[in-house]
Design a protein around this ligand. Structure first.
Ligand SMILES: [Zn+2]
Length: 193
């Protein structure tokens, strides 16, 4: 059988009613991240049971897109961003602390906003994230955009729906560029303006 074009009927995910209002909305502070706004998010509100359903397409790709974008944010990372990036790398606070030569107590204080992250750790978390995403070696670009990059990010989810996140994932965390390579100690010792 040839596949027939699917007719997408909008109905309530909860009760199946078609007495629904379809809207496209913006969501500020998406995923608890103050800098992230999602626009054109599909929102279905049911007149029958009152259920409101928000659809975010390609959740995994969107998460990686946000992780990547946060590496270039033009200011110090805030606590919720550090927690988000750490969880994206599937690291515990203890594991991240070891990588950035700190303690889990300090990582906890960064994440809860009690203490601002230091420059070196901020940079390392970005570099580790880029390595984890399979795009290491962008340290110069990260340093530059950290000084004068965008402070907040708006993502049009409808465009994202067509977009396939193209990074290849590496098995191992790598540090370095192809030419001469950065060592983790060089990154730690970078002077951050
Ligand atoms: Zn309903």
């Amino acid at each position: 059988m040839n596949a027939k074009p699917q007719l997408h009927v909008v109905e309530c995910a909860n009760c199946g009613s078609r007495d629904v209002a379809l809207r496209y909305v913006s969501i500020a502070e998406a995923f608890g991240l103050p800098a992230i706004t999602l626009s054109n998010v599909r929102n279905v509100q049911c007149a029958e049971c009152g259920q409101e359903t928000v659809s975010i397409p390609q959740h995994g790709n969107l998460m990686n897109y946000i992780r990547h974008a946060l590496c270039y944010v033009g200011r110090q990372l805030v606590g919720s961003e550090i927690a988000f990036l750490r969880e994206g790398m599937e690291l515990s606070q203890v594991e991240l602390a070891e990588l950035v030569q700190s303690t889990n107590v300090t990582v906890c204080r960064w994440e809860t906003g009690k203490v601002a992250v230091n420059d070196q750790a901020d940079l390392l978390i970005r570099v580790l994230t880029l390595s984890d995403l399979g795009v290491p070696g962008e340290i110069d670009a990260v340093l530059k955009s950290r000084r004068n990059g965008e402070q907040a990010i708006t993502i049009d989810v409808r465009e994202f729906n067509q977009f396939s996140y193209a990074f290849e994932f590496t098995q191992d965390i790598q540090y370095g560029r192809d030419d001469d390579g950065w060592t983790i100690d060089e990154i730690r010792n970078l002077k951050v303006a």
